[in-house]
Design a protein around this ligand. Structure first.
Ligand code: BGC
Length: 742
């Protein structure tokens, strides 16, 4: 039976629609009464239906709702779906929702669109390495344009979890170890996905996840307990979430972990008091996958009903997948265990999200662009290639081995990732397809001159001890003028639940590398991986190492662009690379301790078997040219609490090639009432310099940015001495001091 919209819903649709010309706040105030009257129309079951989110399944013709999904839609027993998309298909489901359910409330379609929808861009960790927030914003913009054309309204991205632990597989999904870089990237992604107007049919709701400290899992084991200080929570893990909220993020997803005994799906203080209260977040809080149900194994809820009550009380609006809100919460409301106002509040957030997306105005607005017009366009591919190049980090280049000549003679392309199509995309590749990806072998073949021979051998395996492929690789290397090895991790060795206790090259890869190295042919290594790896042997023996992360659909071409010098590398590490796994957690913004490491002094904070420093520090990354830093200067020796310090440095391209450089600004609070990090990133700029040219790079450092959480965890701006560092990495810096006065 097809039924027209009920009169009530028609009136509400008008009231909840767009308000041309109104300011966002005024428009929001105008629609709140309409949301209230819609709420007043709803039964308890219909309300809880809005809070239920179910997953799709892969059907014969694409992602579909589970068996019975349409019945649920008609019965108003579901408010949103995850992993269900397709322009025509979602349009039909939407029609069922608005025409055949009692109140005609439109559905939301959500998906993990993490680093592209079909045009897959570099993984978030790689985007962080680009130190290019505009690039990250544009990539998210393109992802939103593609995803919305396929009927999606909502992405579960960006993941803004910092991590100092490369064992944790999800480090690949975040922006590395630094709260400032993480905050800048978080805001850029939110702007990219959401644009200026969420109601545009080409923008989508973003989700900052996973709230909070998920990356602090003990032992790097996904989902594990997190036990951190209040200070670390506020100074390290919360800032990127705050930045996302300030950028207007529409949704927040709590994390699977607990913090100091309280699972995040039951953390009323952080969700209600901090996120909503202090920060004024008025979007929707969506649980993580079965996160509500997991309150039972966490041991804070005896059964499903208790889990639902705890989560709703804590402020978790939508229950992803568990079905608990719909199945178990009605009884809890009826017998008084949960006040219905908690349900109403959650529903209000969901309806508000639907209103912001413009769905009450036109439930089919996201089905208005032809998918084929905007999906995997030449322009998006070209941008993916550019962004991948910008994200690569040249870890080492002794003797200028790179770039290679296109007429090198013979090049041996070796390694298990040389022709690994799917790996180029990395994890969480949404609607990405392996067949869209360009492999390094293809990229190299397309780049070299007609008279250059390309030999290929896979050589090694990711598992086991089989070295039978070595011989072919060695034979190829012997015939070649250069051997380029494509090594690292395949895409399923990082991302969710893919944690490792070792940070070496898995399987027989390092042995292969040693065998090829022994041929005496010059060796270049290109790494693909989703986490910092610990590769001391490579650092000692291989002259050139390029970190390419998971570079996306144009990965192979982008790698060739860099290898053969059509473009120069300029990315910088967003996370420290340790010497071995025993150094973890290792991060540049550590404390000084009472016994800072000192050469030759035993009773200082270090190891007896390896140096205490990382193999490659945060911010490290070379170029095909040399940059010189000079003349670091401040516009004042003293500033007051309301002032802004001007910092300038001269950067000179002293080499022979034009190149980008990421100029980094760090600060240290020399003496404070609590211990402060030895350095904290406070600014960066990616600049381009022609050979022989110099440029003044200026930063503005507001005194306010020197504030921190004092002894009593209140923000304080304490007078005293500070040191400013500017340079090419967290360790390669010039420094100068100044004073903050009363
Ligand atoms: C992940 C989330 C993701 C969700 C939906 C969970 O397992 O932790 O990041 O958004 O699944 O796919």
């Amino acid at each position: 039976m097809t039924r027209a919209l009920l009169p009530t819903a028609v009136v509400l649709v008008a009231a909840l629609g767009a308000f041309p010309g109104a300011t966002p706040v005024a428009a929001q105030q105008a629609v709140e009464p309409a949301i209230d009257s819609l709420l007043a129309e709803m039964t308890l079951e219909e309300k809880l239906g809005q809070l239920a989110q179910y997953r799709g399944r892969w059907g014969d013709t694409g992602p579909r709702v589970e068996e019975g999904g349409e019945v649920q839609i008609r019965a108003s027993a579901v408010g949103s779906f995850l992993g269900v998309y397709g322009a025509d298909y979602t349009r039909e489901l939407q029609r069922v929702a608005v025409e055949e359910s009692r109140l005609g409330i439109p559905l939301l379609f959500a998906h993990d669109v993490i680093h592209g929808f079909r045009t897959i861009f570099p993984m978030p960790l790689a985007l962080a390495a680009s130190f290019d927030p505009e690039g990250a914003e544009r990539a998210s913009r393109i992802a939103a344009v593609e995803a919305t054309a396929h009927g999606l309204h909502w992405t579960f991205a960006p993941m803004v979890d910092l991590s100092r632990d490369p064992r944790w597989g999800r480090i690949v999904e975040g922006f590395g170890e630094d709260p400032y870089l993480g905050s800048v990237m978080a805001a850029a992604h939110v702007r990219g996905f959401q644009g200026d107007d969420l109601a545009s049919p080409q923008t989508m709701l973003a989700t900052a996840k996973h709230f909070v400290a998920y990356g602090g899992a003990e032992g790097g084991r996904d989902y594990n307990t997190v036990d951190i200080s209040e200070r670390t929570l506020w100074e390290t893990y919360l800032p990127p979430f705050r930045a996302a909220v300030e950028a207007g993020v529409g949704a927040i997803m709590p994390a699977f972990n607990e913090i100091a005994g309280v699972p995040m799906h039951a953390h009323a203080h952080l969700i209600r008091d901090v996120l909503r209260g202090e920060w004024g977040f008025d979007g929707v809080v969506v649980s993580d996958y079965t996160g509500v149900m997991e309150l039972i194994p966490h041991g804070v809820a005896a059964d499903s009903a208790a889990a639902g009550v705890l989560a709703l009380r804590a402020g978790v609006d939508i229950d992803m997948v568990s079905g608990i809100y719909v199945n178990d919460v009605p009884a809890a409301v009826r017998d008084g265990r949960l006040d219905e106002t908690a349900v109403d509040e959650a529903v209000r957030h969901v309806l508000r999200a639907k209103q912001r997306l413009g769905l009450f105005d036109d439930p089919y607005r996201y089905n208005s662009v032809r998918p084929e017009d905007v999906t995997l366009t030449d322009e998006s591919r070209a941008f993916a290639r550019d962004l991948a190049r910008r994200s690569f980090v040249l870890l080492k280049n002794d003797g200028g081995v790179l770039p290679l000549s296109k007429s090198v003679g013979t090049v041996a392309v070796i390694g298990p990732l040389a022709d690994a199509r799917r790996t180029m995309l990395g994890g969480w590749a949404a609607a990405g397809r392996a067949e869209d990806a360009v492999t390094p072998l293809e990229g190299v073949r397309a780049a070299v001159s007609a008279d250059t021979r390309v030999l290929h051998a896979q050589g090694a395996e990711f598992e086991g001890e089989d070295e039978s492929g070595f011989e072919a690789a060695v034979v190829a290397a012997r015939q070649a003028d250069v051997a380029v090895l494509f090594l690292g991790e395949h895409e399923e060795m990082s991302s969710e639940a893919n944690n490792r206790t070792s940070l070496d090259l898995p399987g027989t890869q390092e042995n292969l590398l040693r065998a090829v190295h022994e041929t005496g042919t010059p060796v270049v290594v290109v790494l693909f991986n989703g986490r910092p790896l610990a590769l001391p042997w490579l650092d000692e023996n291989v002259p050139a190492i390029l970190e390419a992360w998971f570079p996306g659909v144009e990965g192979g071409n982008a790698v060739a662009d860099i290898l053969f010098g059509d473009h120069g590398p300029a990315g910088k590490l967003p996370v420290s690379f340790p010497r071995n796994v025993g150094q973890v957690p290792i991060h540049y913004n550590h404390k000084n301790t009472g016994r800072p490491p000192a050469e030759g002094e035993k009773y200082t904070s270090k190891y007896i078997d390896v140096p205490w420093t990382p193999l490659y520090p945060f911010g490290h990354g070379l170029a095909y040219t040399e940059f010189e830093y000079s003349g670091l200067r401040l516009d004042a020796e003293r500033i007051g609490p309301a002032d802004t310090l001007g910092v300038e440095v001269t950067v000179t391209n002293a080499g022979r090639r034009a190149s980008d450089e990421v100029v980094q600004l760090y600060v240290r609070d020399d003496v404070a009432s609590v211990t402060r990090p030895v350095k904290e990133l406070k600014g960066f700029e990616r600049v381009r310099l022609e050979p022989g040219k110099s440029r003044t790079v200026s930063f503005h450092l507001p005194a306010e940015s020197l504030a921190y959480y004092g002894l009593d965890m209140e923000r304080v701006l304490e007078p005293g001495r500070f040191t400013v560092f500017v340079g090419a990495s967290s360790e390669d810096v010039l420094e100068i001091g100044f004073e903050l006065t009363e």
